[in-house]
Design a protein around this ligand. Structure first.
Ligand SMILES: Cc1cc2nc3c(=O)[nH]c(=O)nc-3n(C[C@H](O)[C@H](O)[C@H](O)COP(=O)(O)O)c2cc1C
Length: 324
């Protein structure tokens, strides 16, 4: 399938694996790219430019296909060395960067000078338009369903995607709630040029996370995610567990007086414990409502091939219906 996104990134299928903390290692990105999608290494999981350079080199050993690096711009008191991470991306010969979080304008000049394509993840039309205005090449439009940070507007993709299509000139992909060929065809119908998936890619053979994480996604239904940190205007959609319910109780008890310090036990440094050790109640971890649509653990190639086949079948069926 050829779309503006496959052309822009030089990939076979219009499917992207979004950056995921402690999931987006070289193994994950290479598996998705080898299957014809765009795999993405998560820059901040590596943390330092040296470690990111090493991860990029490892990924290059595993694939000769294009892959990207996610740079999430967080509002922290001690920010990571973003210029150093950008340098590692450029020197590593990476051709695509997925930015997320705050406005990436400061990172753009060196990336653009190096000919790197930038896709910015946004949860609203106004942020998407801003990304277009500052020179991003594409946007990943992340609806309210998504795992991770859906923003504060709560607009689901059935509204957000056509709204983005009406306003944007640059290509965009859908993100949030995407799982299969139905998701891809629906995204294309609403004006997207492809789709981005997070949670679905965790439940694959190659995802370098503990088996408990994959089983937790399989066991979850679409009713099992919760929104946390809304009082801090840093809303995150996570899979419910003991720590999450404790966190929500703190939010209820403390109301507007809550600070990040109050919930540090539930959110700080929990990803390695969950993703690597499989200690599922260690804290809050991002997961999308799409968990309700995930029932197996295929390889990335099986997953992507299946999505493309199903998409083609749906399109053919709809063409026949339209002609009838
Ligand atoms: C476990 C997990 C960790 C994530 N970490 C990040 C991250 O570090 N940076 C980022 O930009 N997005 C992150 N995301 C969001 C994904 O890239 C993607 O936008 C989202 O998962 C799409 O929604 P879906 O899960 O419904 O497919 C994360 C998502 C998950 C599930």
């Amino acid at each position: 399938m050829k779309t503006a996104i496959t052309e822009m990134f030089g990939i076979e299928h219009p499917i992207i694996q979004g950056g995921m903390h402690y999931v987006g290692f070289a193994e994950m990105a290479a598996a998705v790219s080898n299957a014809g999608g765009l795999g993405i290494i998560t820059g901040l999981t590596q943390g330092t430019p040296e470690k990111l350079a090493n991860e990029i080199a490892r990924c290059k050993d595993m694939t000769d296909k294009p892959f990207g690096v996610n740079l999430t711009i967080l509002p922290t008191l001690t920010p990571p060395d973003y210029p150093g991470l950008v340098k590692a991306v450029i020197e590593g010969g990476v051709k695509v960067v997925e930015t997320a979080g705050r406005n990436p304008v400061d990172l753009l000049p060196p990336l653009k000078d190096a000919g790197i394509k930038v896709i910015h993840k946004c949860t609203s039309v106004r942020h998407s338009l801003k990304a277009q205005e500052i020179g991003c090449d594409a946007v990943s439009v992340d609806g309210f369903e998504c795992g991770g940070h859906p923003g504060e507007d709560d607009v689901p993709n059935f509204i957000l995607l056509p709204r983005a299509a009406d306003e944007l000139e640059i290509p965009f992909v859908s993100s949030g709630g995407m799982a299969d060929g139905r998701s891809l065809v629906a995204s294309l119908a609403m004006g997207a040029a492809g789709m981005n998936m997070g949670t679905r890619f965790i439940a694959t053979k190659e995802a370098p996370v503990h088996e408990n994480v994959k089983q937790a996604i399989l066991a979850a239904s679409e009713l099992d995610t919760r929104l946390v940190m809304r009082p801090l205007r840093n809303t995150e959609r996570v899979l419910t567990n003991e720590a999450v319910e404790r966190l929500i109780q703190k939010e209820k008890d403390l109301g507007d007086a809550i600070t990040i310090q109050d919930i540090l036990p539930e959110v700080a440094g929990v990803y390695p414990k969950i993703m690597m050790e499989g200690t599922m109640d260690a804290g809050a971890w991002s997961c999308g409502m799409v968990a309700g649509l995930i029932h197996d653990i295929p390889t990335c190639k099986e997953l992507i091939d299946r999505i493309m086949l199903q998409a083609e079948e749906i399109i053919a069926r709809m063409q026949a219906q339209a002609r009838a």
